[in-house]
Design a protein around this ligand. Sequence first.
Ligand SMILES: [Zn+2]
Length: 385
Amino acid sequence: MAHPTPGFDAMLADLVACPSVSSTSPEFDQGNLGVINTLANWLEALGFACEVQPLPDRPGKGNLIARLGAGDDGLVLAGHTDTVPFDADLWQQDPFQVKATDAAWFGLGTCDMKGFFPLVVETVSQFRARDLRAPVTVIATSDEESSMAGARLLAAKAETKARYAVIGEPTNLVPVYAHKGIMMIGIRLDGASGHSSDPSLGNNALDAMHAVMGELLAFRAELAANYTNPAFQVQVPTLNLGCLRAGDNPNRICGHAELQIDLRLLPGMDSDAFFEALTRRVNAVSECFGTRCCVTRFYPPVPPFAGADDGLLALTLAELSGAAPDVVAFGTEGPFLQQLGMETVIFGPGSIDQAHQPNEFLERAHVARGRKILSGLIERLCVRI
Ligand SMILES: [Zn+2]
């Protein structure tokens, strides 16, 4: 009998060949339905019931929810279908054409994280619905690399039920139970321009911004003094002054200044509360200078992700992989799946060092091991229960 799905190499080549860049810059942003429909075809051939959940007001974008077996319990295997934009000049090959070597597959999204899906399809193809006492659900989301709109929609709809979720982001096959939150904030100060020879002719926004930056550094020092988590390599919350644009000429009083910062809070810290605290402090400084102040978040923050290193999923993955549960420095859709009540662990092939890089690749050895581990996981959590 012919196998109902193509082999790993052919599946990966198909997914990589289907462009699905997501970006906050509209000129780079693309849909992901090509990837979603391809996955749905393969999973339907394996007996999965597939639902495509369109993103409201985002034509060409959606999530796939594909389920084998019945019930509210079971295991979710989740990943995102989009990639980041790429620098064609820095690639030694066509980023959309997979190049296979003895050790790895090269191509855009191979590691982060289109390669996870063929691995999942091959793994689930070993199971039939009648073998499963709890369902296996494959979720493929949209826009993880930009707004996380796909995962936010899943969390808001609250329809997907399962007990456990594995997100196959590249963790070198190490189970990851926590990461910091990510919040990008813009601070704009408006003063008044005028001739530089007489400061009273205007109100210098850059003078006020200088004081605001001092306040932010004080805030950062307080966060570092009061919050720490030894599981992380950088054990304290971070606040990075990333970008400053101000004024136009040396002989004009600076009328406008805008600063962009990145705030990364530890698991357990409330994103909204710290954003409000920061806004209050910045407003107070701005008021002293008589500037108008506007503090905004670029898009809704990725909350810190705080799972458990001793949950059944984390412990089972640790046992099957031989790697102790750990934490990472990058953000994922973990908090959103956790909001659906699932024990969520990030665990996938490939290294984050290769993600978002020219000549991105996924190691063959990871895929072979990953298949064995995920197969063992389904056996434990969905078959032998
Ligand atoms: Zn990713």
